[in-house]
Design a protein around this ligand. Structure first.
Ligand SMILES: NC(=O)c1ccc[n+]([C@@H]2O[C@H](COP(=O)([O-])OP(=O)(O)OC[C@H]3O[C@@H](n4cnc5c(N)ncnc54)[C@H](OP(=O)(O)O)[C@@H]3O)[C@@H](O)[C@H]2O)c1
Length: 267
């Protein structure tokens, strides 16, 4: 029997893309998957797929940028199932825009999702997870949390905020039995590029030339395996891991290449 049998796994952004595929992958391992996002029909479809494959699924529609709504849903989940064994903060959005293209409202929205969403969901469940003395928190971030490229300023700032938050969660949980994992996907073929138009066109040439595009199912398999093994960091695919290793040795060189092969704005 899988180590995930009967484990509760709460996934944000489980209606589409990486979150939906990862939810199905946990479901196939007979976990009880708790699905959060805004679009109820899409969540219900993922829940049906999970039940067909032998897993258990519960659906909680919620706008994760609404702190009160998150607290309400957390109360319902805690009453129904208790604290999750695994909390996967995956929901994300954000267009890649030059600074002069970014309205202040959109910059604020990009901080709300994913950074504040991750903060709210963590804050809502962490006390119960700590009280129980076990659990696993995992966060999907972006390569933009490490390197910078032109034309994605507010997006990048939000990913750096998320990275700082996740490292702080890790620091606060040092010495406890709670684990923390950061997940950094490269390019994954999902609805992200429909939901956030213009992003694909601004992927730096370095990434376009070197990184194979994964399917959401491929990403999900790596994510589930990495979480199961308690990895501190899951970077996918292998080529992105190589770029990460190169960045650790020569950060300036990798940074130079992403800027050199990134989008340009006239003037
Ligand atoms: N695809 C890639 O190449 C790639 C690369 C690096 C990192 N990532 C990261 O991977 C994560 C998943 O992205 P994806 O590619 O699967 O994108 P996606 O297909 O657009 O899915 C995004 C998910 O987030 C949810 N979401 C967005 N805003 C929300 C809100 N306010 N409240 C609740 N849920 C919300 C969406 O659900 P609703 O619309 O139903 O609310 C959806 O389930 C994101 O954090 C993204 O930044 C993706």
């Amino acid at each position: 029997m899988s180590d995930l049998y009967n484990k509760t796994v709460l996934i944000t952004g489980a209606s589409y893309g990486i979150g939906a595929a990862t939810a199905r992958a946990f479901g196939r391992r007979r976990a009880h998957v708790i699905l959060l996002a805004r679009t109820q029909p899409a969540l219900e479809q993922v829940a049906r797929d999970i039940r067909v494959s032998g897993g258990v699924a519960s659906v909680y529609p919620v706008d994760l940028t609404d702190e009160r709504a998150v607290a309400d849903v957390a109360g319902q989940v805690l009453a129904a199932t208790g604290p999750p064994d695994i909390l996967l903060s995956n929901a994300g959005a954000g267009r890649w825009l030059f600074i002069n293209e970014t309205t202040p409202e959109e910059a604020v929205a990009m901080m709300a999702m994913p950074y504040f969403a991750a903060f709210y969901i963590t804050r809502a469940f962490l006390p119960a997870m700590r009280a129980r003395g076990s659990g696993h928190l995992a966060y999907v971030n972006s390569p933009a949390s490490l390197v910078v490229w032109p034309g994605a300023a507010a997006y990048t700032a939000a990913r750096w905020a998320l990275r700082g938050f996740v490292e702080s969660v890790r620091a606060e949980l040092h010495g406890t039995r709670l684990r923390v994992t950061t997940i950094i996907p490269g390019l994954v073929a999902t609805t992200y590029f429909e939901h956030n138009p213009g992003v694909l066109e601004r992927v730096p040439g370095l990434a376009r030339r070197l990184l194979p595009v994964l399917t959401a199912d491929q990403a999900a398999i790596t994510i589930v395996r990495g979480i199961e093994r308690g990895k501190r960091e899951i970077v996918l695919p292998g080529m992105l891991r190589l770029l990460y290793a190169l960045h650790a040795i020569a950060p300036g060189a990798v940074q130079y290449l992403t800027i050199l092969t990134g989008a340009r704005q006239g003037g």
